[in-house]
Design a protein. Sequence first.
Length: 291
Amino acid sequence: MLLAAGWPATAAAQNTIDPEVARAEQLYKDGKTPEAIAVLDKYLQQHPADARALVDRGDAYEALDKHQEAITDYTAALAINPLYAYALASRCESRHYLNQDNAALPDCNQAIKLQPTLAYAYRVRAVIKVDNDDPQGALADASEALSIVAESPNALVTRCRAYIALKRPAEAVSDCSAAATMNPKDDAAYFYRGRAEVQNAYYWRSAAKQALGSYAEALSDADQYIKANVDDADGYLLRAQIEIKLGNAAEARTSATSALRHYMIVNDQAGVAKAQALLDSLGKSGAQAPQ
């Protein structure tokens, strides 16, 4: 759940707020979740049709990892107000926690349809996609969430995870590092940054071994890096440079050509220039632009 950020998100559901509901929300913001639930329990006994209060209690249950209780409250709120986009997104997340993704995704889809600017819904849907082997879809949703709310640590971590799955470690490290800066207590940011840095480790060790003159070992590490990052032009360029040191001109040309092609694909003109210069030094005019 969004914790304190989730409470303002519910404000659009009603034009006015009862003082007891406001008190519960403040208790929740202050980290007094059981006390907030107690206030809402009492209030809802007298006002069972208050959708906002039901969603607030659902958020509080979710904060305590009581996913089924949260779903019950979100469902009750939606029975009162079927257009409550935040309640749909919240139920989507709770259902995901219970491995009910077949029911969760329609909730997130409907939330986005009702409120296309609800960053939370995109972020939750991105989590579901990355957990279900759709990193490209997750990347699109997490990026959309960040286009709506740029400083969202949760969305940055989610996009970091998508980049890891897509074998794009440099971008993953950037996103997770930014998330950790925004929220130094976010353990997920550190965990997934570590995962991304492991993907980068072979590259940097290869570069270090090349500098030390250990070319055979450097080549082995470069091969491991490329195996995990097949679209990374820098890896091919590094391997080409190592092959030159080993006297393997043909292999160097092949790697440099691959580097040039991948730099062209992402329109990295500086990279194109480096790869072309290396090919020219090998007596080859270069590769054709990819079709």
